[in-house]
Design a protein around this ligand. Sequence first.
Ligand SMILES: [Zn+2]
Ligand SMILES: [Zn+2]
Length: 320
Amino acid sequence: MSLSTELISKFSVVSDVFNNNATSQALSADSFIQVFKNVNTSKIELNLLEKLWASWYIYMNNDILATGLMIFILHELMYFGRCVPWMIIDHFNLFKKYKLQPDKYPSDKEQWECLKAVLKSHFLVEALPIWTFHPMCLQLGILYAVPFPSLKTIAYQVAIFFFLEDMWHYWFHRLFHYGPFYKYIHKQHHKYAAPFGLAAEYAHPVEVMALGFGTVGFPMIYSYFFRNLHLFTVCLWIVLRLFQAVDSHSGYDFPWSFNKVFPLWAGAEHHDLHHHYFIGNYASSFRWWDFTLDTESGPDAKSNREKRMRLRAEKKAKKL
Ligand SMILES: [Zn+2]
Ligand SMILES: [Zn+2]
């Protein structure tokens, strides 16, 4: 028996979502609606999300497929779902006042071509890692049984992942701007000097894998060491990271954008400058790496840098 057949048969008996086979078996039914009704009446202590989560696993009756399919559908729905409002805004020229590069709008043809390329990449590059996700979760101790952890635990873990991913993204993105890496890998992502939502995941497969590690790899490492990470937290983190990536490519900066409330947040203003000038602003979520390491992008950052250099040169000249 091959390893994959062995794994599938191992998990196709009954779901472990309650850590109790008898409970899962007792709640199973032929339709998802019926499973949900069973869970809803017998597990009143669970919240709605937990009930839906448990029903999905029991209905699927195969935890490997349940996790793989859930992550894949979640990715597609959240990514493209988040892009739709931006596509409508671009198509009808709404909010022109807040467009960061107001003279550059993506054409419908460009959006369509980008959509096809991203979909192709999702199926070719990301489909396989998604299908092997559940066995890896088991190996690394990522939990998936209900109930979910407390909100406090979910919040601090998501905050840690945002911090680590941003650090990873800064250094790898900076590396991708180095000669051959840029020429053969990262150039694809820079096809659009005025980015739009869909362009967030328009990238070379090597870049998708390398930068994607920042999103998926850190939760795995975290779980390996701490053994208290739940798959729901990982899903929530992935959704928030997708929203961050799409929004930072949207090309719009509003007075109500998150970076106006929380100035350390990078937002679209930060990443739009990166696409416009092809240099600087390498981080994904926050501004501290580019600020501290003096790699901020755009004319304001350039004139500040020149001012600082001038002052330094004058100081040096006085000392001589
Ligand atoms: Zn770049
Ligand atoms: Zn970009």
